[in-house]
Design a binder for this molecule. Sequence first.
Ligand SMILES: [Zn+2]
Length: 248
Amino acid sequence: MRLTDHVTLLASGAAGFDLTDPLDCHVYLVRGSRRSVLVDAGAGRSAHTILRAAEAESEPATAPDHLLLTHGHADHAGGAAALAEHLPGLRVLAGAEAVRWIAEGDERGLSVDKGRAAGVYPAEYAFPPCPRVRPIADGEEIDLGGDVVVRAIATPGHADGHLCYHLRTPDYQALFSGDCLFTGGRISLQNLHDCRVPEYAASLTRLAALDVDALFPGHHEVSLARAGRHLTAAHDTIARGLLPRSTT
Ligand SMILES: [Zn+2]
């Protein structure tokens, strides 16, 4: 599903548009003139669908060469190993705090154990380790060509190592917000070991300073215009000493 000239939605599960496996987050393909990148990987059972859709959307010379993970939760990073296996040159990048968990498939670090116990993931679900993952630093940029640039923004709070990715193009700017921020200024607070309220509030304050036209979260609706209102809504609530409504 093409969303803008540069962004296509390749996968989306039950907390989205039901395009692929119910467990999948939104998986995006972002294209520039020289290369394309994937944002998030889904839970792992849609890798072939994602690869076929990416192939249909990009020339062979600009096939995705980076996978930018927003965080390690299985609905976002469980598909990293399968995508890396089928795209041998793929650079898999994640926030430093989550790298070891993703590389080793540490289900306690990634809270897969809690998700399974809660019935979010089926009993047979196992997180496939992705040893190829490497850290991407706050502020690091990836130039996709044609004045299309993606920049990592450290946004802990929903989970340790959470990153958002800011997209600059000649025509508009966008934010891939993972599970940090959703439309309407909603957030995702969960009873997990690395869900941290003060860090979350600081991340939302940081995001509110960004100039964005479009918001591409990890689940639920996307916003294609005037997306700054969603960032402002979350920040306004934080500024009053309250917490925005959580989607979960
Ligand atoms: Zn999450």
